[in-house]
Design a protein around this ligand. Structure first.
Ligand SMILES: Cc1cc2nc3c(=O)[nH]c(=O)nc-3n(C[C@H](O)[C@H](O)[C@H](O)COP(=O)(O)OP(=O)(O)OC[C@H]3O[C@@H](n4cnc5c(N)ncnc54)[C@H](O)[C@@H]3O)c2cc1C
Length: 489
């Protein structure tokens, strides 16, 4: 197995897009699950803490090591089997979403949920339960995961199939390969919005759902089976520019209502505030000097529905108050690519801005029950006015989930920005929302998890982690402080 120790070989593995910096003295590059097992076994024998690293596109420092070793899964990059009839794929965890889609598109199949940045690995996307631009239509990656293969620090390799093992009243109690697994699950109730804050818990839950989104703390995912979708017959996108933000918000409400009544199937529904548009205009000259924009992507299953949907959206767009001349309607693949890239460019520009200003991420990942979204939105605007720090607010408005990003230019602004982010999280929880809808808690959002759950509920999470990782070596300081584990006794 390849093992590296030189600082220059490890340098690229010490950060993700949160911009926090880590440290490590050892890098394992296993080529298959046997070598993953061997690297875990070595770490456990020598009591070296270790962190799993995938695409390192995470925004919360989850893969950033706090000392010890890194196990990078980049060489576990094989597709094991594609069942075209049943639309299932079995693949290793180190494949990027880009490679995955390239391979399956050949068979007219796709992972339509398209969770997140295409350079993320499938194992990373599962571990953060990512959801992306198509969350409005497709939800998070959770829905599409049928099976996981996981290696624990006990040396056990477990295969978890959806539908096989469920919790009973207070926890799980099952036999697997002649070992009895019995442990309690935390007592909290998750908010009724998409949430990736701490372990996924619900009554009579499937074991696979505990591991999805567990942020590299319970075991190392080495392969998975995913459910795929047929590529729709035809797609079209719109990018609508509004001279008035409230018109954009009314338009969004209307689309959501139509989607609820199943009169539309928009895969994406995204929002950009004025500051986002100002930032994007530096790279895209077609962006007008307007107050807001809404992006949508619509799927059609045949020519008839395509024609009728085009007509429907044209009427909606004309009634919306958007500037029709400046707005963009894309129905060729090239035009659609440009708009999709445009959508994705903003988080990249934010990350670049933070790097240049030597700052770490100060952003929300808050999702709110729909009926309280306008209150949260008003609170964002109120605080932004007070803060007087550059910011952008954009994202998955279809799921009432915006990313408010401060763009601090010095440490003092960054410090104040973090105070406001905490205020946003408190207000979100008071309104029934979550402090993290898709990026996870990682290392940098632990203080916000405490706003959502009590100390004892966080200890219960740590108890689950300790059950699966008794030596407490894996993914330390993700989700909760490592000291909590050691104090559990
Ligand atoms: C431009 C940009 C846009 C983004 N947009 C979105 C978005 O729309 N939606 C969204 O959800 N996220 C988004 N993200 C965040 C990021 O892409 C996701 O969090 C992604 O799922 C991380 O995957 P990764 O492979 O990069 O994982 P990493 O960052 O390498 O790791 C993430 C966490 O998972 C753990 N982990 C990784 N692989 C495994 C494994 N095989 N077994 C066990 N644990 C593992 C790590 O230890 C770490 O805790 C965006 C990021 C960027 C840079």
């Amino acid at each position: 197995m390849i093992i590296k120790r030189k600082p220059e070989d490890l340098a690229n593995y010490l950060e993700d897009t949160s911009n926090i910096k880590g440290e490590a003295s050892l890098l394992y590059l296993p080529k298959d699950k046997g070598e993953v097992s061997a690297s875990i076994e070595q770490c456990c024998r020598k009591k070296i803490p270790f962190t799993v690293s995938s695409g390192r596109t995470g925004t919360t420092g989850g893969c950033v090591p706090g000392g010890g070793a890194i196990i990078s899964l980049e060489n576990l990059n094989k597709i094991i089997d594609i069942d075209k009839e049943r639309q299932l794929i079995r693949l290793e965890a180190g494949i990027t979403l880009e490679e995955l889609n390239k391979e399956i598109n050949k068979f007219n199949l796709a992972l339509r949920a398209s969770p997140t940045e295409s350079l993320a690995f499938i194992g990373g996307a599962i571990s953060t339960c990512a959801s992306g631009v198509r969350g409005f239509g497709y939800g998070s990656i959770r829905r599409y995961i049928e099976e996981l293969e996981v290696i624990l620090t006990t040396g056990e390799l477990i295969t978890i199939r959806r539908g096989d093992i469920f919790s009973q009243s207070k926890g799980f109690d099952f036999e697997y390969k002649s070992r009895r697994f019995k442990f309690n699950i935390p007592s909290y109730q998750m908010p009724k919005v998409k949430s990736q804050a701490g372990y996924f818990i619900k009554p009579n839950m499937d074991l696979i759902d505990l591991f999805i989104g567990s942020e590299g703390t319970l075991g190392v995912i080495t392969s998975c089976v995913l459910n795929l979708q047929k590529i729709p017959f035809r797609l079209f996108d719109g990018l609508l520019f509004f001279s008035n933000e409230s018109d954009a918000l009314i338009f969004v409400d209307k689309i959501k209502a139509l989607q609820r009544e199943r009169l539309l199937f928009a895969a994406s529904l995204e929002f950009f505030d004025k500051n986002s548009l100002d930032m994007l205009r530096q790279q895209y000259s077609f962006v007008p000097n307007f107050e807001a924009a809404v992006y949508f992507e619509q799927e059609a299953e045949d020519q008839k529905s395509y024609n009728s949907l085009i007509n429907k959206w044209q009427v909606l767009m004309e009634e919306s108050g958007a500037d029709i001349d400046k707005s963009i309607f894309a129905d060729t693949s090239r035009q659609r690519e440009i708009i999709f890239e445009f959508r994705h460019k903003l988080p990249q520009m934010i990350n670049e801005f933070l790097r240049q200003n030597k700052q770490t991420k100060a952003a929300t990942d808050i999702s709110i029950p729909e009926n309280n979204f306008s209150k949260m939105h008003a609170f964002y605007n109120e605080c932004a006015q007070k803060a007087k720090i550059r910011y952008v607010n954009f994202g998955h408005i279809g799921e009432s989930h915006l990313h408010f990003n401060f763009l601090p230019q010095n440490d003092s602004q960054a410090h104040r920005a973090r105070g406001y982010i905490a205020d946003f999280c408190k207000r979100a929880v008071a309104l029934g929302g979550t402090v993290s809808a898709e990026h996870g808690i990682g290392k940098i959002k632990k203080p916000y998890l405490k706003i959502m759950y009590t100390e004892s509920q966080i200890e219960q999470m740590a108890g689950v982690k300790k059950y699966f990782d008794p030596p407490c070596l894996l993914g330390l300081d993700n989700i909760f402080k490592k000291e909590i584990l050691f104090n559990l006794g």
